[in-house]
Write a protein that binds this ligand. Structure first.
Ligand code: ADP
Ligand code: MG
Length: 322
């Protein structure tokens, strides 16, 4: 199969590759053309995933397609941007139709869920790797950045953390993956759903935000540094799923949540007056601590005393943002 036939059959023909809102011209010309309404800014982010580094060579292509797009769109959610389009630069060792068909199906499914269109890309031969670039739009000046957290704000996250990290030994075949809990964790690893609705709702309310890709502690460190504040995390308030606690036990579950990464949930700082409204609207907002004057990230025990974060229980395969 030639390059053009491959692009046509697996990508240009996909539902997510048809032109629509915000996309004036898609796959097939030298460039795609995006429409940007007056008063809006373009949010752009790119991620590369390399086989053997970011995912096992043997990864299921359907799940890989879902995950690759999910983790990329999560960056748009973190900025409060609305997805418009994405490009896919694909390097493949060979044109294997069954692999391509499943990969494109996984990609298409995640694209439909995120309402984002495939607008172009590049296809080359070589060791398997994927580079996705996502484009979103956000009203000028309204993007959520890592800078802006203020002493007195609440520190919040968009739901339970650590599931994807808890799934890693299963992904790598180091632990048995035959329980209902294991299936739940694997789903959170392979199909991270970007928190787009939450990101939009946080516009004009959250003072800083990001998506957690490298672990709660490390990513909160980015907000603390960019904003010039201290973040205090109450260990007991870090939300952990039943599935994770059952699968790995409480101690390791907390390690996964604090240091594991691959969550792709939002972490953000919120002035307290916005909390009730957000929760009433049914948004997944969980308070885990607060912002104070100072610097760095401090973990607090039930008595409010600083504690050393627990050490990581096992080696990380590598998160998509590495
Ligand atoms: P050019 O030679 O102008 O760079 P290409 O021959 O690489 O164009 O690609 C032809 C068209 O197909 C372009 O519109 C490009 O964006 C698109 N394309 C190439 N590879 C992919 C891919 N993997 N997924 C989606 N679109 C692709
Ligand atoms: Mg090209």
């Amino acid at each position: 199969m030639g390059e053009f036939e491959l692009i046509r059959q697996f990508f240009a023909a996909a539902s997510c590759a048809q032109v629509g809102e915000g996309v004036a011209l898609g796959i097939g010309d030298d460039c795609a053309l995006l429409e940007l309404p007056a008063g809006e800014q373009l949010a752009i982010s790119t991620d590369t995933l390399v086989a053997g580094v970011h995912f096992p060579d043997s990864a299921d292509p359907f799940l890989l397609g879902q995950r690759a797009l999910g983790v990329s769109v999560s960056d748009l959610a973190a900025m409060g941007a609305t997805p418009v389009g994405f490009t896919l630069a694909l390097t493949l060792p060979g044109a294997e139709a069954s692999w391509l068909e499943a990969f494109a199906r996984g990609l298409d499914q995640m694209a439909q869920r995120c309402a984002i269109r495939l607008i172009g890309g590049d296809t080359t031969r070589g060791p398997l790797s994927l580079t996705l670039t996502v484009f979103g739009r956000v009203p000028s000046g309204m993007a959520l950045t890592r800078k802006g957290a203020q002493a007195g704000d609440l520190l919040c996250v968009g739901g339970e953390l650590g599931d994807a990290a808890g799934a890693l030994p299963l992904v790598l075949g180091q632990r048995r993956a035959d329980s209902a809990q294991a299936a739940a964790l694997l789903a959170r690893y392979w199909s991270p759903l970007p928190q787009l609705e939450l990101g939009l709702a946080l516009r004009g309310k959250a003072t800083a935000a990001l998506d957690i890709s490298d672990g709660l502690l490390a990513d909160c460190g980015h907000i603390a540094a960019a904003s010039g504040v201290a973040l205090l995390i109450e260990q007991a308030r870090v939300p952990l799923s039943e599935a994770l606690r059952t699968q790995v036990g409480d101690t390791e579950a907390l390690q996964c949540a604090l240091s594991g990464g691959d969550d792709y949930r939002l972490a953000f700082t919120l002035p307290p007056e916005h909390l009730a409204d957000m929760q009433l609207a049914g948004l997944p907002v969980q308070v885990i601590g607060r912002v104070a004057a100072g610097q760095g990230v401090t973990l607090l025990d039930a008595q409010g005393q600083p504690v050393e974060p627990p050490r990581r229980g096992y080696q990380h395969f590598g998160s998509a943002s590495d």
